[in-house]
Design a protein around this ligand. Sequence first.
Ligand SMILES: Cc1cc2nc3c(=O)[nH]c(=O)nc-3n(C[C@H](O)[C@H](O)[C@H](O)COP(=O)(O)OP(=O)(O)OC[C@H]3O[C@@H](n4cnc5c(N)ncnc54)[C@H](O)[C@@H]3O)c2cc1C
Length: 304
Amino acid sequence: MSLLAREPGMAEKMAAWGAEWLPAEPLSRHTSLGVGGPADMVRLRDLRRLPELIADLRCRGVNWRLLGGGTNLLVADEGLNVVVLHLVREPDGLKFDGPRVEVPTAANLGTTVMECAKRYLGGMEGLIGVPGTVGGALTMNAGAYGTQIGDVVRAVSVLRGSSGGVEVLRMEDVRFQYRHSSFAADDILLSVSLELPERPYAEILEKIKQCNQKRRASQPINEKSAGCIFKNPPGHSTGKMIDELGLKGTRVGGAVVSERHGNFIVNRQGATASDIFKLMDLIRDRVRGAYGVELEEEVIVWRD
Ligand SMILES: Cc1cc2nc3c(=O)[nH]c(=O)nc-3n(C[C@H](O)[C@H](O)[C@H](O)COP(=O)(O)OP(=O)(O)OC[C@H]3O[C@@H](n4cnc5c(N)ncnc54)[C@H](O)[C@@H]3O)c2cc1C
């Protein structure tokens, strides 16, 4: 049953905001793992309407979560009793000013890296191949091959979930750590100002090529996954521990520990979220038993 369908006057409001409302939308269609039950999804193109929409949901006591590219999400099979907000990407989003670029958070991360490269702006080469949006990357402080997005952030424009007001946070106001940022769970990141070093185009392209090659050689990029399932505990590589324990290829239902990268769980033959949770528990138990290390999820789990 659709959550918003029970709310009086909701359809009219959605129409007035120019928002698209998908009742009980299967989230498996919007996650790179290809799992997840239904939730009401609201797609919004005109971000100026966002404060109104959020205020309205708050008034009604309706909870919401923000969907980026869905590439770091594990959504429960039962679905969610919340509204899933999806900010639709602007086609002409990036604004360049010397070494600075203003990027809407709905922009694709890979496209952003390439657009910056064309203007001789480097510093994000390692992020090529990290799928998803710039907003998701900021929330997760996405990183690879020695680059983390937090390193090049100067300011972030945020709609604060707590107050409903829009604030610009300077670099000093935000903490970026390994796969973690200090934004509040109900903050909506709207746009980011990045400052990037100028480099020769050929040099940037060569780095991008090398990162792409490394990724292709070490990750199951053509299968359904959410990237690394667990974080690396201090002083350990989770992928290496899983490999040493002989867990590559271990299967629960349609969920399999990738043979290519031990810290990736791939969805083969219609895995459910429940299969993936069970496989994660199995890995956690085996790693705890053998190494005395507690694994922490890198993937974001969405369940009621
Ligand atoms: C094949 C593959 C390889 C990967 N490799 C890497 C890698 O090398 N390094 C790495 O760090 N990650 C990697 N990932 C994981 C994932 O791609 C990144 O974490 C990515 O940055 C998530 O972005 P997203 O837009 O898909 O976010 P989502 O998965 O949609 O969301 C992730 C979190 O961000 C929040 N969020 C998204 N947008 C906003 C916003 N505008 N405002 C507030 N909150 C928001 C969501 O609510 C959620 O909590 C990989 C994933 C895959 C499938």
